[in-house]
Design a protein around this ligand. Structure first.
Ligand code: GDP
Ligand code: MN
Length: 397
């Protein structure tokens, strides 16, 4: 689950990580009061208004603006709230800004060259360890830094059983070129950040930029946090953080009916039973030159009702040019699945406008093929997977 910046910052501050303080609102009429209370709390006279959408690069798209007065803040806020913000990470048409974060300006006025660092905590699946990635080249495209000057990015691997060790903290502060109070503050910052990542069961925590102020404070100015969906049962308050307007509606609907659906970029819709077979099917589609449009695991009970629900979900995606059903009938016999598919197809009538390829393998596979072939529907059947790539090519042409 992805979080908004303001939500991530709330979590960070609960773990005592120093952050750029701010308040979120969805109402332009509240901006003045928010600014006044922020001024009261922090003494700030300048403010920054930041669009809250699930995408980075907001600064470049005009979604982050620094205001030198409350009037200016009100103007910028009304520009940003309700805009379709386009950044390199949003869809072409942009994303609607429904909330803004009004924050203190932490780049002191007149400060010539603030130091901005890049910082992230993530899981390195190759080594089964956590990893802190950091760089002095923060505030800009880290992807560009990684490509052009990879030696400016440092890595610290953390054994999950040992945790982040004091010598590792010192290495980080040293590599960032810090000394004195800033060095000490970085030790504390990195340690609290890692703790926040672990305790909140995050799968990613990215702070870009981390700011060193001229008086040597170390602050999180931005925060991107992804929580591990599998950990939600351990955190009762997490479900309330989910912003459904930012999630794929088809994925949300699938979750509600207990189907495992993930939207992808290709054009071949997939309906498969079992996550392992779903992954293998995606590999096979790719190897035969196609691109899967989704990952859909219908689970053990591939009956007519479930198949129909699954068809409906897959066909909602306009990218889908053909649907491949690849089901292994073990406990559910193939003939039953075949009947389910035929019934679902008939129920859906003219809603199905793309060719369907069905490959059933397992108990009573031949019988299943007969059922499909004799149904008089526009369904192509296969028993061996090796027949599938050719069928896909045929129907796509
Ligand atoms: P992103 O563009 O989506 O990554 O959003 P960020 O939160 O990282 O903000 C973009 C940029 O705005 C940062 O790199 C900063 O340079 C700038 N920025 C953020 N907060 C402040 C602030 O309080 N004062 C000033 N002057 N600039 C800020
Ligand atoms: Mn950023």
């Amino acid at each position: 689950m992805n979080l908004h910046e303001y939500q991530a910052k709330t979590i960070l501050s609960n773990f005592d990580v120093p952050i750029q303080r701010g308040k979120v609102t969805d109402n332009i009429n509240e901006v003045e009061d928010v600014a006044k209370s922020l001024n009261h709390e922090t003494g700030t006279e300048w403010f920054v208004v930041k669009a809250q959408i699930h995408a980075g690069g907001r600064g470049k798209g005009g979604g982050v603006k620094v205001a030198k007065s409350i009037d200016e803040l009100k103007n910028f806020s009304s520009d940003i709230l309700g805009m379709m913000l386009k950044t390199p990470q949003t869809p072409k048409e942009g994303k609607l800004v429904q909330k803004i974060l009004i924050a203190e300006d932490v780049y002191y006025p007149g400060e010539s060259d603030p130091e901005e660092y890049y910082f992230s905590v993530l899981l390195n699946r190759n080594t089964s360890k956590y990893m802190i990635m950091y760089s002095r080249q923060g505030g800009m495209d880290i992807e560009k830094v990684a490509e052009e000057t990879p030696d400016l990015i440092f890595y610290e691997e953390i054994d999950p059983l040992l945790g982040l060790m004091p010598n590792q903290l010192r290495t980080i502060a040293f590599n960032l070129g810090l000394s004195g109070q800033a060095f000490k503050n970085m030790l504390s910052f990195a340690s609290k950040l890692y703790n926040a990542f672990i305790e909140s069961d995050a799968s990613l925590l990215e702070i870009n930029p981390v700011l060193k102020t001229s008086d040597n404070k170390i602050l999180a100015v931005d925060a991107k946090m992804v929580l591990d969906d599998n950990s939600i049962i351990r955190h009762k308050n997490y479900e309330a953080l989910r912003d459904l307007s930012e999630e794929n509606p088809v994925e949300t609907e699938a979750k509600e009916v207990g189907l495992n659906y993930v939207d992808l970029d290709g054009n071949i819709g997939c309906m498969v039973n079992g996550a392992g077979l779903a992954m293998a099917t995606m590999d096979l589609i790719k190897q035969s030159g196609g691109e899967p449009a989704n990952f859909l695991d219908v689970g053990g009970t591939a009956d007519a009702k479930r198949v129909e629900v699954a068809f409906n979900l897959i066909l909602r995606d306009p990218k889908v040019k053909a649907v491949l059903v690849n089901i292994f009938g073990g406990i559910v016999r193939c003939d039953r699945v075949a009947n389910g598919i035929v019934d679902a197809y008939k129920n859906m009538g003219d809603k199905i406008k793309v060719p369907i390829i069905v490959r059933l393998q397992g108990t009573n596979a031949e019988q299943a093929k007969e059922i499909i072939d004799n149904a008089g529907l526009k369904i192509y059947s296969a028993v061996e997977f090796s027949e599938v790539p050719q069928k896909i090519k045929e129907v796509l042409n």
